[in-house]
Ligand binder design. Sequence first.
Ligand SMILES: [Zn+2]
Length: 468
Amino acid sequence: MKKILTAILGTVLAAGQLATSVCAAPQESQPFQDKALEMLKTTVAIRSVEGSGLVKDVAEYVAGEFRKAGFPEQDIHLLPIGDTVALVVRLRGDGRLGKKPILLSAHMDVVDALPEDWERDPFTLIEENGYYFGRGSSDNKFGLSVLSATLMRLRAEGYVPGRDLVLALSGDEESLMATTRALATTYRNLIDAEFALVADGGGGQLNEDGVAVSYTVDSAEKTYATFEMKATNPGGHSSLPRRDNAIKDLSDALNRIFAFEFPVMSSELTRAYFSRTAPLVGGEVGDAMERFAENPDDGEAVALLRSRPEYVGSTGTTCVPTMLRGGHAENALPQSAVATINCRIFPGVGVQKTLEALKQVVGNDALEWTVLDEPLESDASPIRDDVFTAITNGVHASYPGLPIIPHMASGASDALHFRAVGIPSYTFSGIFMKSSDEYAHGLNERVPVATLPVAMKMWHSILTELTQ
Ligand SMILES: [Zn+2]
């Protein structure tokens, strides 16, 4: 473990010294920065929400831009799936590296926004006070525009990559992810890659003074699974209470779940995360992180980290009751009571084992359990040296020495589907912003104007480094 951490640290330091040699002159990138902004503006204006059928408009517009930029028709694929669509565009390399392509990914759909709730029209990109406001300005039309403009720039520069670069834009990341599933399975031949870089999450954190403090790369995610636990009872008249009661059975079970903690777990990824985050956090929490990274059996460190909502998830599986329903009349004994339990399962544990653990904790065979939806499991992606070195160089070109922190995300994203079919995936974006500016899915979503040139420079650096 120590060796792995030292290796990561070594990578970061060595990469910092190389950073300036990779970046291109700013005047070359200006037309493509303008192109990215134009694409952001145009795509934000399309209300590509679930069920609207408008994702196709985004895809057709983006495909048209690639055609204008000289990408041949056979390398542009519009793939309709239900009322939405996925888009795949390939920048061909000469194959001199003898390596499989690199997959780049972002999504074209957005969470809906009601104009009457917003201070500005959510579907018009508005520049104000140093920000671009609009639905999708950060999630994820920024990623889509920057990746597209960077591929166009590489082609315009006459740059021939040593392996193919494949851009896959999904069309329902915010809802069913049917397009992502189709890309990873049905259209695997179009997107097959050695690894994927997903521009939808992670990225640079600025403190409240606007100083960059860290850069996050999500390289694993927990399995999202939801269970329902149901107690049933013959019921009857509430004036004739029985000893047994569905609500009581359910509450007893819930109390046991609340009192239970899943075993402590760690991985190469979470130990690296805690070790690199420790000096940034400092104090007793930073100290606990450092001790946990050294020794995940350190009970005191575990207890402290588990008392913090932002860190408990990185120490193991968590399951928490989130919804309740029960009974049918105020003067009747309940015939049923149901609790919803949402779990974020540590990679490698599995949905069935988690369910078995919960049943054992509850210890009541009369309860019925249901697994909702179809949870998708994926392993953590390895902390690849080539990928992390390229990211480090790309980030350090704008923010020298910034700590690069591998992280395990807690929710479902497009990367999950790529990982699930064996394509290691890394989620990070060119967005550097304060956490107080994070309004993805919410009102007045925004992205700092200053982050666009940084993102363009970063992606150009990363993609050239990984393909030469
Ligand atoms: Zn997103």
